[in-house]
Design a binder for this molecule. Structure first.
Ligand code: HEC
Length: 287
């Protein structure tokens, strides 16, 4: 039973990392940087550039220039006339942002105040990132050859990723079929699917890491997708190694192995779901 605790621990760690995200900027940041931080953590899920069908008809909540340039959303200097602020303070639960179902939860009074201050101070764009705050050399230097190669390879992540998903699920299915039908001949298929699937999972995780490096996006979905993807690759490799070792020694494989195999498939499916949310938006299963 001990091995089955591994994926659970990894998922718990991923969520702990999510929950531990710093909710507000420390004092001293510019009003724009503070507001941007609030939008990036709390609004990007539905109004961010990666959402295919942004809610409320705007998907540029992280583009402060576009936001401030849309009088339907922001009236610089006048928070009480700015929809972006009014939606944070309205008493009407149907209007209030973020909606109750938002994954990152509501805003703290401090965060609402940060948005108000940004609008009141003229809704200016944030100072260019770089220098002290973030590693900002991204902007002014042409990407190096290695960076371009990484970005190019990263594009293959969505192509490659479907194979391990299918192969690991297939390994579970065939293992189940072999166990219930009590016929021979299934074992080598399971081994094949599992070994190829775990190699594919490692390749996908690596390519996914490269893809994420060249993405400007961030946030909870990417974080969950990244670590669940890595966890599924690790668990798949563990299951495949276990299986190959047992086959070599002609040792029997018990419940422990089956649970590990099922964890690998389950983690892969959940990681894939978060990946689909990155590509198709958070409500891609909505009716
Ligand atoms: C879980 C999804 C979700 C999150 C998170 C979310 N919104 Fe919304 N937002 C919506 C939906 C759905 C609508 C459209 C329905 C409506 O107008 O109430 C909307 C509409 C809006 C509108 C009105 C747009 C217009 O043109 O009238 C504003 C402004 C807005 N949101 C701001 C925000 C801000 C600021 C945040 C972050 C603090 C945020 N939203 C977070 C789902 C979300």
């Amino acid at each position: 039973m001990r091995v089955t605790a591994i994926p659970a621990v990894i998922v718990a760690l991923a969520w702990a990392a999510l929950a531990g995200e710093d909710p507000g900027a420390p004092g001293g940041a510019s009003p724009a940087a503070e507001a941007l931080r609030v939008f990036e953590t709390k609004c990007i899920e539905c109004h961010g550039p990666e959402v295919r069908k942004p809610k409320g008809g705007f998907g540029y909540v992280t583009d402060l220039v576009a936001l401030a340039g849309d009088p339907a959303l922001v009236v610089p200097g006048k928070p009480d006339k700015s929809e972006v602020y009014l939606r944070l303070v309205t008493e009407d639960p149907k209007e209030r942002m973020p909606p109750a179902k938002a994954r990152e939860g509501g805003l703290t009074p401090g965060q609402i105040e940060q948005v108000r201050r940004w609008i009141e101070a003229g809704a200016l764009p944030p100072p260019p990132r770089g220098g002290a705050t973030t590693g900002g050399h991204r902007h002014d230097e042409a990407p190096s050859g290695a960076a371009r190669l990484g970005r190019w390879l990263g594009r293959f992540h969505p192509v490659v990723v479907h194979f391990p998903i299918a192969l690991l699920l297939c390994a579970v299915l065939v293992e189940l079929a072999g166990a219930t039908l009590k016929r021979t001949g299934y074992d080598s298929i399971v081994t094949f699917c599992l070994v190829v699937g775990s190699v594919g999972a490692v390749a996908s995780a690596g390519l996914g890491w490269l893809a994420a490096e060249s993405e400007p996006t961030s946030g909870g979905t990417l974080l969950a997708h990244r670590w669940l993807g890595i966890a599924s690759a690790l668990v798949a490799v563990a299951a495949a190694s276990w299986r190959v070792a047992a086959v070599r020694k002609s040792a029997p494989l018990g419940l422990g192995f089956r649970l590990l195999l099922a964890s690998a498939a389950l983690l892969t499916a959940v990681a894939g779901h978060f990946g689909a949310m990155l590509v198709h938006g958070t409500d891609h299963f909505a009716w």
